[in-house]
Design a protein around this ligand. Structure first.
Ligand SMILES: Cc1ncc(COP(=O)(O)O)c(C=O)c1O
Length: 431
């Protein structure tokens, strides 16, 4: 036993990163679906959650789908079709085209670009909100002026620099797919008006995955002000039936519609969105206060222009407090050092006490699958930036946050006492 951790007992009940929090109303609406026999991809729960979420976000239409990934796929396809026309059945709408994409995010944000045969170009992250860097985006348009589509995610519930990003996209006549999967309930002050994330792009998506701020166990939504787009997504998501007595098809279809059972769970969760956000915010504030004496900072946000939903609390270790820590593509090695620690040490120590954290999303430009894709930083092309004969290497904000950062246990059912113990364990990692 490492003497630094003497006297601490593992949590008897696991402390999680983020799990579903049920309240009872979910069961009522699921039972209602079963009792009325609407156990299908049509029903009152679906209609109701579409109405309530559209109203909450402030968009005209919401289309309930089987997953956030499905929403992102159809949003990306819609953008591709608008920009480049309808594709043949065996081709994606983005074939032969590049798309600028958030780099530090879950791969579900940007895989739909590949589903549609497009080529993702990854845009580096800024340190102020950990989202797409507008300076790097501008550089990307200098290098690839033909690009017309940008996929932007809001990381961990913190809105990105949308005013700057939207201005650049407008100037280059580019459309935005907004991935608000993690940020439902977060707001952004745009031109003096508070706008919900999920209403900031041209094609907008949210997720009800089990770990999200509210959940249906699964599920997602496409959000828009365009009736035509909403109708198209609804049609594509239900196998693209044409108006005929038989199954007639002129377009490729998908089975992406939300089930009325899932929608029942979402319906029961919607009234608790504000409560969940308040709990997550309290967790973030307690970490921030509790870590004041450590050489670390929390995932940052712009307190004037944004209200995050605080979905996940994250930690960034100061550079000079990083203990040795190296990662391969599938494993890691770290060692202890007085006054220092590392994500590897903190996460494995938490796990040994039955608490769950997680590494930061590994940036897409570092992923083996996208290794051959371009990566643009605030300095321009981010690939090939070292030189055997010159000291120093290029900027890579995403890689740096991945290296020094981690997601903390952020479950809204974690008690203040449990959180105090998590913070005690992390303090001892730095001893
Ligand atoms: C940023 C981001 N985008 C997309 C998704 C995909 O959503 P889903 O799991 O509902 O398909 C997730 C999470 O799961 C996510 O975190």
């Amino acid at each position: 036993m490492d003497p630094r951790f003497q006297g601490i007992e593992p949590f008897a009940k696991k402390v999680w990163l983020a799990t579903p929090t049920m309240h009872g109303e979910e069961k009522h609406w699921v039972d209602d679906a079963i009792e009325t026999n609407w156990v299908s991809t049509v029903g009152a729960n679906i209609n109701e959650v579409e109405k309530q979420i559209a109203e909450y976000i402030g968009v005209k239409y919401a289309v309930a789908l089987s997953a956030g990934t499905a929403a992102l796929h159809l949003a990306t396809k819609l953008a591709g079709e608008k920009l480049y026309g309808q594709a043949k059945p065996n081709q994606g709408t983005l074939q032969g085209h590049r798309v600028f994409c958030s780099d530090m995010t879950f791969d579900a944000s940007i895989n739909p670009v590949a589903y549609e045969d497009g080529e993702a170009v990854f845009i580096d992250t800024e340190p102020d909100t950990w989202n797409m860097d507008p300076v790097a985006l501008e550089k990307a348009f200098e290098i690839y002026p033909d690009v017309r589509l940008v996929v932007i995610a809001h990381l961990y519930g913190t809105p990105g620099k949308m005013e700057e990003l939207k201005k650049i996209c407008d100037a280059h006549h580019a459309l935005i797919v907004e991935d608000a999967a993690e940020s439902l309930g977060a707001k952004y002050l745009l031109n003096g008006k508070w706008i919900e994330t999920g209403a900031l792009g041209d094609y907008n998506c949210i997720s009800f995955n089990g770990n999200k701020i509210i959940t249906g166990s699964a599920g997602g939504m496409f959000l828009t002000d365009s009736k035509e787009d909403a109708d198209k997504v609804r049609k594509w998501s239900t196998q693209s039936r044409e108006a005929a007595p038989w199954y007639q098809h002129e377009e490729i279809g998908y089975n992406y519609r939300m089930s009325n059972i899932i929608a029942g769970i979402v319906r029961g969760q919607i009234p608790y969105l504000a409560e969940h956000i308040a709990q997550k915010k309290a967790i973030y504030e307690r970490y921030k206060e509790g870590f004041k004496d450590l050489p670390v900072s929390m995932n940052p946000y712009d307190a004037e222009k944004t209200v995050p939903n605080f979905w996940l609390s994250c930690l960034l270790i100061d550079e000079d407090a990083m203990a040795p820590h190296v990662r391969s593509d599938s494993s890691e090695l770290w060692t202890t050092a007085p006054g220092k620690s590392s994500p590897g040490e903190i996460l494995s120590t938490l796990a040994s006490f039955n608490a769950e954290g997680r590494p930061i999303w590994k940036p897409m430009h570092l992923q083996p699958i996208y290794r051959t894709h371009a990566f643009i930083t605030s300095e321009g092309n981010g690939r090939g930036k070292t030189n055997a004969y010159i000291a120093g290497s290029g900027i890579d904000v995403g890689a740096d946050i991945f290296r020094r950062g981690l997601c903390l246990p952020s479950d809204n059912k974690m008690t203040p006492d449990e959180q105090a113990k998590v913070m005690d364990i992390i303090h001892r990692c730095f001893e």
